[in-house]
Design a protein around this ligand. Structure first.
Ligand SMILES: NC(=O)C1=CN([C@@H]2O[C@H](COP(=O)(O)OP(=O)(O)OC[C@H]3O[C@@H](n4cnc5c(N)ncnc54)[C@H](OP(=O)(O)O)[C@@H]3O)[C@@H](O)[C@H]2O)C=CC1
Ligand SMILES: CC(=O)[C@](C)(O)C(=O)O
Length: 330
């Protein structure tokens, strides 16, 4: 049964006497910490000794401590460091400094679900996972909007873990858009699937394939960029605002006919078959093992593929054209 929560369902006062340590000040860390502070909550930041994020967090007005000290000082510890280092940092800096009754929070279930972190039984373990990039979690909060979120409770030592998680979700603005109750398993598997097969992996592959098809056919790369990337954002904005019907209301009937008759030939049944294989590879732990080993090997595949994309014609043309659009946040 769907359980979706909004502002009225969450009580921030449950956190008013709590100190929240946000570990990490990157995409999610900077956003969640600033939103929590603007929601009137006491927030400190935990970072590693030589962190390059430290100066940024201090400029934003936060007390910054080394991770272990931040954990000691906090009642709620929100772990927003990269998934691939969480297990190591947990063992070294977090677990030794936990106190009975603390709450440990995550924004992705990877390390709990795949058994990389196993907390003691005398703490709460919850997750508030914004369904959007950190920089938009902050931007939309400031605009009095919100990014939807997922709430999961893995362990409820205090008997208040759900209320604490809901209040946390309200503090970062997610209850403005809606927070769905889930599990660490469901969040982990759906999030990994979405980022691999639909959002990042699927979408970037679609954009690159479209751009390369036009350029290889001899069309101007700038036109290919405007068609396959810039307009993608504009089309998706309409779908975000009002579903396929709003986007189709705005595009031409010519475009809509092509959408309806040709689209299914591009994204055909084979794509869905591949998507099911992607999901299976997540569910059986193969992707998790691959990502953990990739990091142990110092990211040879990650680095080479990222370098190839960063040096691509798509990125070069995009940088040039975006430079002429001063409204785009750099
Ligand atoms: N990015 C997103 O939009 C989303 C992320 N998430 C989840 O949020 C969590 C954080 O991801 P994200 O915000 O992208 O991470 P980022 O890579 O953007 O930021 C990581 C932060 O952690 C710090 N850090 C790195 N290593 C250590 C360490 N060993 N000890 C302490 N601090 C460290 C970094 O400091 P330094 O700068 O010094 O390296 C940086 O401040 C992950 O679990 C992720 O899955 C969930 C939803 C969306
Ligand atoms: C933004 C988000 O939720 C992602 C793509 O899954 C992530 O950055 O982890």
């Amino acid at each position: 049964m769907l359980a979706i929560f909004y502002e009225k369902d969450a009580d921030l006062s449950i956190l008013k006497d709590k100190t929240i340590a946000v570990l990490g000040y990157g995409s999610q860390g900077h956003a969640q910490a600033q939103n929590l502070k603007d929601s009137g909550l006491k927030v400190i930041i935990g970072l590693k000794k030589d962190s390059k994020s430290k100066i940024i967090a201090q400029k934003d007005g936060f007390e910054v401590y080394e991770t272990s000290e931040a954990v000691k000082r906090a009642d709620i510890i929100q772990i927003l460091i990269p998934d691939e280092v969480q297990s190591e940092v947990y063992k070294k800096d977090i677990e030794p400094n936990l106190k009975e009754g603390d709450s440990i929070g995550f924004s992705h279930g990877f390390n709990i679900h795949f058994g990389q972190i196993v907390p003691p039984t005398n703490v709460d373990v919850f997750m508030v996972a914004p369904k959007g990039p950190g920089h938009l979690v902050r931007r939309m909060y400031v605009e009095n909007k919100g990014v939807p979120g997922l709430l999961a409770v893995e362990q409820d030592f205090s008997g208040k873990a759900k209320e604490i998680g809901l209040a946390y979700a309200k503090g970062i603005g997610c209850t403005r858009a809606g927070v769905i109750k889930t599990t660490f398993k469901e969040e982990t598997e759906t999030d990994l699937f979405g980022e691999q097969a639909v959002l990042c992996g699927g979408l970037t592959s679609l954009i690159k394939a479209g751009f390369e098809t036009l350029v290889e056919a001899g069309y101007q790369p700038e036109i290919a960029y405007f068609e396959c990337l810039n307009e993608m954002k504009l089309i998706v904005d309409l779908i975000y605002e009002g579903g396929l019907k709003k986007m189709r209301y705005s595009i031409s009937d010519t475009a809509q006919y092509g959408d309806l008759t040709v689209g299914p030939k591009v994204i055909d049944d084979n794509v869905k078959k591949t998507m099911k294989e992607v999901l299976k590879n997540i569910q059986n732990g193969n992707f998790a093992r691959d990502w953990i080993l990739e990091n142990h090997a110092n990211r040879p595949v990650f680095n080479s593929l990222t370098k190839k994309d960063n040096e691509s014609l798509l990125e070069q043309v995009g940088d040039k054209l975006r430079a002429m659009m001063p409204w785009i946040e750099k």
